[in-house]
Ligand binder design. Structure first.
Ligand code: NAP
Length: 296
């Protein structure tokens, strides 16, 4: 194995399957260019059976690190030398940093959620929050909300057992009070929304290329959104999802997933390079890449 010193590590990329539609290369390469850095962010399409080989490649082929996306955020953990506390609690890694050939796992989705709320002047300390979905993104949301001082969170999920398992895993680590509920219980969701300040969608429902499709909303039929609610949808493609349209029609504030995407990217960039990237340039590049994807 050839040894690559830290100063020669100028490659980063995104490990996922599929990853062809990722806007992360455009976002990070724009930031490298703006800062005059000769770094390169690459697509690293990785079917599950080559994940282990990809980890070796990160160590020996000049990589400073990588992002990790669907379906590897959990599967990658056993291949890492260390996982930082927050990512270990959440149980998902979306960023790897290579230090002396050691692979260290982080979860910058947590910072991405906090960034999105901060950018939109949402300070939810003491609030009740409703989260739709109980996958990896929901886990990051619970951790981020706890760190922001949220009082309590209700997790509504299609599969109740998964929400219950999430709460079993996370409650011992978080001071925020957590409860699980089935997404099909319209009455309970409606009652819970009336005492909530924030609703976060962490399901992919309404996303381009996902089943059902962009005309779908994760909100069950018959639920009425209160006008004082803030609705944050993690989906960023399309930018104005069906759920956000419903929120706006109800007079509620809406926040799309693009700010979170930028926020998690800013944090990963800092971890790899030690430098702060220009977030506005990253946003511009991400928007450009989304438009190209829409036209294709
Ligand atoms: P995941 O682990 O696969 O979890 C998906 C969750 O959505 C599960 O709770 C699943 O419920 C639920 N779900 C899926 N399809 C559904 C449907 N048709 N109806 C109701 N619920 C449904 O995925 P993830 O990693 O958490 O990612 C979720 C979403 O967050 C994706 O759209 C991803 O793009 C987005 N995300 C955005 C950012 C950003 O930067 N903006 C960052 C991370 C993730 P069951 O348990 O019943 O299957």
């Amino acid at each position: 194995m050839t040894h690559t010193s830290v100063k020669d590590r100028h490659r980063v990329g995104i490990i996922g399957w599929p990853v062809a539609h990722s806007v992360s290369p455009a976002m990070h390469n724009a930031a490298f260019k703006a800062l005059g850095m000769h770094w390169q962010y690459e697509l690293l399409p990785t079917p599950p059976d080559v994940l282990e080989r990809r980890m070796t490649e990160l160590q020996v082929r000049g990589f400073a690190g990588a992002n990790v996306t669907i379906p590897h955020k959990q599967a990658v953990i056993p291949h890492l030398d260390q996982v930082v506390d927050a990512a270990a609690v959440v149980g998902a890694v979306n960023t790897i940093v290579v230090v002396d050939e050691n692979l260290i796992g982080y979860n910058t989705d947590i910072a991405g959620i906090q960034w999105a709320l901060q950018q939109n002047q949402v300070a939810p300390a003491g609030w009740h929050v409703v989260v739709l979905g109980a996958g990896g993104a929901a886990r990051a949301a619970l951790y981020a909300l706890h760190a922001l001082g949220v009082a309590s969170i209700s997790v509504f999920n299609r599969t109740l057992e998964r929400a219950e398992r999430l709460i079993e895993d996370l409650q011992p680590h978080l001071s925020t009070s957590l409860e699980a509920a089935p997404l099909t219980d319209v009455g309970q969701l409606q009652r819970t929304l009336t005492r909530a300040g924030l609703l976060i969608n962490t399901t992919p429902v309404g996303m381009v290329g996902m089943h059902p499709d962009v005309d779908a909303s994760p909100l069950p039929e018959g639920v009425i959104l209160p006008a004082y609610l803030i609705v944050f949808d993690m989906v960023y493609n399309p930018q104005k999802t069906r759920l956000l349209q419903q929120a706006e029609r109800a007079g509620a504030r809406s926040i799309g997933g693009l700010d979170m995407l930028i926020g998690q990217g800013v944090e990963a960039f800092k971890l790899w390079t030690g430098r702060t990237p220009p977030a506005d340039r990253m946003r511009q590049a991400a928007l450009g890449a989304l438009e190209v994807d829409e036209e294709a």
